[in-house]
Ligand binder design. Structure first.
Ligand code: GGG
Length: 326
């Protein structure tokens, strides 16, 4: 059966790491049909629309989407695209790789981030020149869907349970509802949970990341804390992610457009290649997904490495080495 993959590089280094990842996928010779589409700052400048309707429709109908990075138009691109694939959870593993100079080489975390609401609900107003407001939406239904997924995830991956990261001592209604709902679903499913305040988590994870394993958190917290975890493992060039819905998924590196190096040909493709491995697993190509993971892990350990990891290799060098390993 052919799987249709929407390919949306977006902006900045998305234009470099996504083509690199396609080279890896093509080397596997699977029954994948790649359909290319545009979104982001450049399209917005040209057409006035950051996310053309045909790009949205493609993501909504394809079996999976491979996305690169969003820049200034992130709110108009990545948030609707996650809606297009009905994604209720953003899975962000943060793992240190052997041989990489990491602040905390013992780090092995998985963030399960709520992906539809919270402060990313897009409800903002400018009331006066002096005052802007934001409405933070938390629903029991979205919290429950995330929690049910988290329970299945820890059971499926043989983990002990998960931590619920929140700030319910201040955001009593919204994070209170999130915490209580997630905890109740875990209890219904016999899954153990811990609770941790988001600010305390930030300190504790830096001091000793082995205190944590799977972390279930609201939308913004998941975005910020996973970037923090990237700092522990060697940088944003290493963190993949999967936006998973019931039938579809959108796979993207955690990093953004990296305008400081965009166009230089030195972006680290590892995060996007591993995101594609997560896509392969989602589509049922488990053996190939493992092979891609292993190839990336070997290349990270033995080199070549891009400058973010202390090397002087190009995106093409790293990609060729991964393909070679495969
Ligand atoms: N590939 C990730 C990306 O484009 N990040 C830019 C960004 O601002 N993302 C916000 C988010 O992931 O919710």
């Amino acid at each position: 059966m052919t799987h249709e993959i929407a390919v949306i590089p977006g902006d900045g280094i998305g234009q470099e790491v996504v083509p690199a990842t396609l080279e890896v996928l093509e080397a596997l010779d699977l029954d994948l049909e790649f359909v290319h589409a545009d979104a982001g700052d450049a399209v917005a400048e040209e057409t006035g629309e950051a996310l053309p309707q045909e790009t949205y429709d493609l993501a909504a109908s394809a079996d999976a989407t491979l996305f690169g990075a969003a820049g200034e138009t992130a709110a108009d691109v990545i948030l609707p695209l996650r809606n297009a694939v009905d994604s209720f959870v953003n899975i962000r593993p943060a793992k240190a790789y052997p041989g990489i100079d990491a602040v905390r080489p013992e780090t092995d975390l998985v963030f399960l981030r709520e992906n539809t609401e919270g402060v990313y609900s897009g409800i903002e107003d400018r009331l006066t020149e002096d005052v802007a407001t934001l409405t933070r939406v938390v629903t029991q239904s979205a919290s429950r869907e995330l929690a049910e997924f988290a329970c299945e995830y820890v059971e499926g991956t043989g983990r002990d349970g998960f931590a619920i990261a929140h700030k319910a001592n201040v955001m009593r209604e919204t994070d209170g509802l999130f915490r209580d709902t997630v905890a109740a679903v875990a209890e219904e499913n016999g899954v153990e949970t811990d609770e941790v305040l988001i600010d305390a988590f930030a300190t504790r994870v830096c001091l000793d990341p082995t205190q944590f394993d799977v972390i279930v958190c609201p939308n913004l917290a998941g975005d910020v804390l996973s970037d923090l975890a990237a700092g522990l493992v060697g940088g944003l060039g290493l963190l993949p992610s999967a936006n998973v819905g019931s039938d579809r998924g959108l796979f993207e590196p955690v990093h953004g457009t990296a305008p400081d190096i965009a166009g230089d040909g030195v972006a680290n493709p590892a995060a996007t290649i591993v995101s594609a491995a997560m896509m392969l697993e989602f589509l049922g190509y488990e053996e190939e997904a493992d092979a891609v993971h292993d190839a990336v892990e070997t290349v990270l350990e033995e080199g070549p490495r891009t400058p973010d990891l202390g090397g002087d290799a190009s995106t093409d060098d790293v990609t060729a080495a991964v393909v070679d390993r495969l």
